[in-house]
Design a protein around this ligand. Structure first.
Ligand code: LLP
Length: 430
């Protein structure tokens, strides 16, 4: 199987950043998320380089929903990244990680009054999803005696080749304002007391393996930019969103790079901006393509069973990685302690959760597996831990971060006490 360069095989063991996955599993226990900080930084730098080589004003915002660990966000902040934040929690994490408020975009289709207040208080640009939200934000900012910078999220009505649950710019999606209604929305924003419209934003979907749809989205955005500029809107940024996919099927999926993305999208963007006579910043919001392949989820085989087929029952399930259950997503799996053994036997790798759908990897050819083996689930860094739960009252596992030859916990394991700790005993049970 093709592996990215931070994953290697030595003496039959899988290594990440040069660290033996089996030794990490012994030291920290399983299940265990292990992330290469170096890989995340490398992916971030490749976006900066690919876009920066083609356009002078570029801002890469990490989509913090993909991986909410502060250590990772801090590593990106240190390299100059901003963030797309989708909740007050993500906003606070980004600020705590050291990101400047002007490098943050507060997205979201259903913000609370408290979210809007926090955005105004912290001086963060808000991407608005409705006119209702525009007027609520105007009221909050007026009350605070501040002016708030905004963009509207454009719904470009574009079909994209991805799972229907993660296509976000269809005409029927819940996100954004239909592109035809956008000029009217900016007109309304210009008339507000405390609103300064300075950007436009879109995000067409996630896990898109073809760069063509991003160019189509850029065309829509460029058209809108022209109309808005003519209306007198002074655009400071145009945010094309995230969405670049990764090759979860290592040997067969296309593997578009930030370079491929930039080569396709920037010329459209640049020509459009020249036609408008403006040079706003170009913002992008990658999540998955920055962090997915940086991480393996290590899980131990508890038992094997031969029923109508062979099962390898492991200690991580959809409580820790819900993508296979939720989107039928494919993740490569490797037996980390026998990583170069021939793949002789078909197994379905199942988690410990009391649900038939708790399958991490169906029908995979592996070496013969026995209890105690360590299975590495690859490409688990995006929407992995971030979407985890405590279902079946299972405390979440720890996360380890690798940096050069250094290894450290970036999140400790939860205990059952962490689960019960937020629970209250009603007075009548005392
Ligand atoms: N910007 C906005 C406004 C978004 O909604 C998203 C993702 C991104 C950027 C980052 O997209 P990315 O580069 O990661 O594709 N849980 C699903 C993915 C949901 C994506 C939600 N929005 C999964 O596991 O596939």
């Amino acid at each position: 199987m093709k592996l990215p360069h931070h994953l290697t095989i030595k003496n039959g063991h899988l290594l990440i950043n040069g660290q033996d996955c089996v030794a990490l599993a012994e030291k920290y226990g399983t299940p265990l998320y292990v992330t290469s900080e170096d890989r995340v930084v490398e992916q971030f730098e490749s976006y900066k380089k690919a876009l920066g080589a083609r356009y002078p004003k570029v801002q890469v915002l990490f989509a913090a929903k993909a991986n909410g660990n502060l250590a990772l966000i801090r590593a990106l902040a240190a390299k100059g990244a901003g963030a797309d934040v989708f909740s007050s929690g993500e906003l606070q994490l980004a600020l705590d990680a050291g990101m400047a408020p002007e490098k943050l975009l507060f997205n979201g289709s259903s913000k609370t009054p408290a979210d809007l207040k926090l955005a105004v208080e912290k001086g963060v640009t808000v991407s608005l999803d409705s006119l209702d939200e525009l007027h609520q934000l105007d009221a909050v900012a007026t009350e605070a005696g501040k002016t708030v910078k905004v963009s509207f999220r454009v719904n470009p009505a574009l079909e994209v080749p991805t799972h229907p649950k993660i296509a976000t710019g269809l005409a029927t999606s819940k996100f954004g304002i239909p592109h035809k209604e956008i000029p009217a929305a900016y007109k309304e924003a210009l008339a507000c007391t405390s609103i300064l419209p300075v950007g436009i934003h879109c995000h067409i979907g996630s896990q898109i393996l073809d760069v063509e749809p991003f160019a189509r989205a850029a065309e829509v955005m460029v058209r809108i930019a022209k109309e808005l500029t003519e209306m007198g809107v002074k655009l400071e940024f145009i945010d094309l969103g995230g969405g670049l996919g990764i090759p979860y099927h290592h040997d067969t999926d296309p593997a578009p790079t930030p370079e491929d993305y930039a080569a396709k999208v920037v010329p459209v963007f640049k020509a459009g901006m020249e036609a408008c006579g403006i040079t706003p910043e170009l913002w992008v919001e990658p999540g998955r393509s920055l962090v997915a392949d940086s991480t393996v989820l290590l899980t131990r085989v508890n038992s094997t069973k031969k029923a109508h087929k062979r099962f390898a029952n492991v200690d991580a399930g959809f409580n820790l990685l819900i993508r296979p259950a939720m989107y039928d997503s494919y993740h490569e799996v490797i037996v980390a302690n026998r990583a170069d053994a021939p793949l002789t036997t078909e197994y379905t790798v199942t988690g410990p959760i009391c649900e038939t759908g708790d399958i991490l990897a169906p029908d995979r050819k592996l070496p013969e597996v026995t209890a105690g083996d360590i299975i590495a689930v690859l490409d688990a860094g995006a929407y992995g831990y971030a979407m985890s739960s405590q279902y079946n009252s299972r405390p979440r596992c720890p996360e380890v971060l690798l940096h050069g030859t250094e290894v450290a916990l970036m999140r400790r394991a939860e205990s059952v006490g962490d689960i019960t700790g937020t629970m209250e005993r009603p007075p009548w049970q005392k």
